[in-house]
Design a protein around this ligand. Structure first.
Ligand code: APR
Length: 173
């Protein structure tokens, strides 16, 4: 089980082996974390995303799956792009959000990453309630069988940090 730490801040500033991107299936960038990572990391990230689309995912990266690219100018070696589920009241998609975390850690293991930073996947544009997302993310990582030593959840703002802190404490009981 990796050590889990919570950080309030900007994921593009983290000094870790791999930074996880809350991407969309096109892998062509977007807003939120996706936009921040591509802006800070530079065009080499997008170039590798285009190559991955051409070689392996012509129809786009499916929800819940993950791929690695260079981290470009970020203080990391890799960016691991994963596609979170959009929230739907009518359908339980928690398994897809869990898969984002297990697949990102599997890719991290493939690359030999020992420290990984996650954002709060799906809790922005994809409207997943952050309380639910925090519980899924933290329990999935805690139960994962990975060689990654440190997992850092990087939360944007005090409110998001407080939600993850409560969820982590509840998990520890
Ligand atoms: N560092 C850390 N967290 C951030 C940052 C940042 N620089 N910027 C935003 N966040 C937080 C948001 O506040 C939210 O809690 O990341 C979480 C995820 O929000 P989004 O980035 O909107 O990601 P998501 O909800 O998974 O939606 C993905 O949004 O940006 C597009 O291309 C992306 O289509 C995809 C969709």
């Amino acid at each position: 089980m990796p050590k889990i730490i919570l950080v309030e801040g900007d994921i593009t500033k983290q000094r870790v082996d791999a930074i996880v991107n809350a991407a969309n299936s096109s892998l062509m960038g977007g807003g939120g974390v996706d936009g921040a990572i591509h802006r800070a990391g530079g065009r080499t990230i997008l170039e590798e995303c285009k190559q991955i689309r051409a070689d392996r995912y012509p129809d786009g990266l499916p929800t819940g799956q993950a791929v690695a690219t260079t981290a470009g100018d970020l203080h990391a070696t890799w960016v691991i792009h994963t596609v979170g589920p959009t929230y739907a009241k009518s359908e339980d998609r928690s398994h897809l959000l869990a898969s984002c975390h297990t697949e990102s850690l599997r890719v991290a293991d493939e690359q030999g990453a020992r420290s990984v930073a996650f954002p709060a996947i799906s809790t922005g544009v994809y409207r997943y309630p952050i309380e639910e997302a925090a519980t899924i993310a933290l329990s999935t990582v805690a139960e994962s069988n990975t060689a990654v030593k440190e997992v850092r959840f990087v939360l944007h703002g005090a409110d998001a940090y407080a939600v993850f802190e409560r969820a982590l404490r509840a998990q520890m009981r």
